[in-house]
Design a protein around this ligand. Structure first.
Ligand SMILES: O=c1[nH]cnc2c1ncn2[C@@H]1O[C@H](CO)[C@@H](O)[C@H]1O
Ligand SMILES: [Zn+2]
Length: 382
């Protein structure tokens, strides 16, 4: 134990370190107890369990299906209880609170407004209720001694035909809580080019968007998202590994697309646990994040769906620390990457990096100095 880099961060240090989350679904992060209460209020009787602990387990097991379409079926239950302003407000407020409690200092949370219209809300009412909830959650976090800033990403469902409408909505609220746009849903059969009008509109408006690509489907999806649609970031993008060859002697050769992604510093929103559940990766050890990190792709670490994956930002980092031996320096690298890739203005990103993230890691990294003094003096006197 001679330097901080020989120490792996402990779960407590991981939780206390400042973290940045770019890929997290609002309807994939509800507290099980909240789902049960909201279902009761709404008269929704199709929940598979009525005990909070059992319901949490049910979501994890049902999502652990090895297929993205089956993973996505579980969202019917969360969306069903997110149909009123009060419910959306509560879920958003609790989301911000839970993330802050876990040490997240900046988050971009996505959801599909079109999935919350069943009880008669308008798209605008959905966006405003969620924004109000995030502001409330930021206030509650502050009162509890945490600091978090939350922006919304509006998602359009890729099998539906409302992408342009949702892109226009995102643009209307861009100075009012919404920082960008996304498309999600089952990837196979719904290529991103189906929604080219939405992406072209956002580019003309100088707005930002990410696209779920390279998760269940391979390189063509990533290629379309970047070269046809012009995505600023890739949701998952793990399948970029298919364009990288590792020879037996360890030499690595990048294809044209993988080179482009690395050269242009395209941010990849990695969600390791989610990828294990949908079989996009076989194990943490075999997850492409290990190789991509060595090759210096612009990687970020994310949760995707905290409820369905039974995870948190700290949980994802714990798995990576256990598997790859990542240090606080690695954690800082992922976190700075994420902050650089956020959709808020450059000056604000820079301030978050210099005033919040780097000082936070410096503080954690300095702790070993004092621990060592304590243990040294302890061994002398013993
Ligand atoms: O990993 C994913 N890949 C693709 N779609 C997803 C993923 N996680 C969630 N959603 C979809 O996004 C919607 C809006 O938040 C969710 O309702 C779910 O259908
Ligand atoms: Zn996702």
């Amino acid at each position: 134990m001679t330097s901080e880099t020989s120490n792996l961060p402990t779960p407590d240090q991981i939780r206390r370190s400042p973290k940045v989350l770019l890929h997290d679904h609002l309807d994939g992060g509800l507290r099980p107890g909240t789902i049960i209460e909201l279902a009761r209020d709404a008269g929704y009787e199709s929940l598979p369990e009525t005990d909070a602990d059992k319901l949490g387990v049910w979501f994890r097991e049902a999502a652990d299906s090895g297929s993205l379409p089956r993973y996505l079926e579980t969202f019917a239950h969360t969306c069903a209880v997110m149909q009123t302003k009060e419910a959306l407000f509560r879920v958003a407020a609790e989301c911000a609170e839970d993330l802050a409690e876990d040490g997240v200092v900046y988050a971009e949370i996505r959801y599909a407004p079109e999935q919350h219209l069943e009880a008669g809300l308008t798209l605008e009412e959905v966006v405003e209720a969620v924004n109000d909830g995030f502001r409330e959650g930021e206030r509650r976090a502050k009162a509890a001694g945490h600091r978090i800033r939350v922006g919304a990403l509006l998602t359009a469902m890729r099998h539906a035909a409302r992408a342009l409408e949702i892109a226009e909505l995102a643009n209307r609220y861009r100075d009012n809580g919404v920082v960008g746009f996304d498309i999600a849903g089952a990837e196979a059969g719904s290529p991103p080019t189906r929604h080219l009008d939405a992406f072209e509109y956002l580019k003309r408006e100088n707005n930002h968007f990410t696209i779920h690509a390279g998760e269940a489907f391979g390189l063509p999806s990533i290629w379309q998202a970047l070269q046809w649609c012009g995505a600023d970031r890739l949701g998952h993008g793990v399948k970029i590994i298919d364009d990288i060859e590792v020879a037996e002697d360890g030499t690595v050769k990048l294809g044209r697309l993988a080179s482009y992604v690395r050269d242009k510093r395209i941010p990849l929103e990695m969600c390791p646990t989610s990828n294990l559940q949908t079989a996009a990766a076989a194990s943490y050890a075999e997850h492409p994040i290990g190789l991509l990190r060595k090759l210096h792709f612009r990687l970020t670490v994310n949760t995707d769906n905290r409820l369905m994956s039974g995870t948190s930002m700290s949980g994802e980092f714990e798995h990576l620390v256990d598997t790859f031996g990542y240090t606080l320096d690695d954690m800082q690298w992922f976190t700075v990457n994420a902050m650089k890739s956020a959709f808020i203005p450059f000056d604000e990103r820079l301030a978050m990096i210099n005033e919040v993230i780097k000082p936070g890691y410096a503080e954690l990294k300095s702790e070993w100095l004092f621990q060592q003094t304590a243990s040294t003096s302890g061994s002398v006197s013993a």
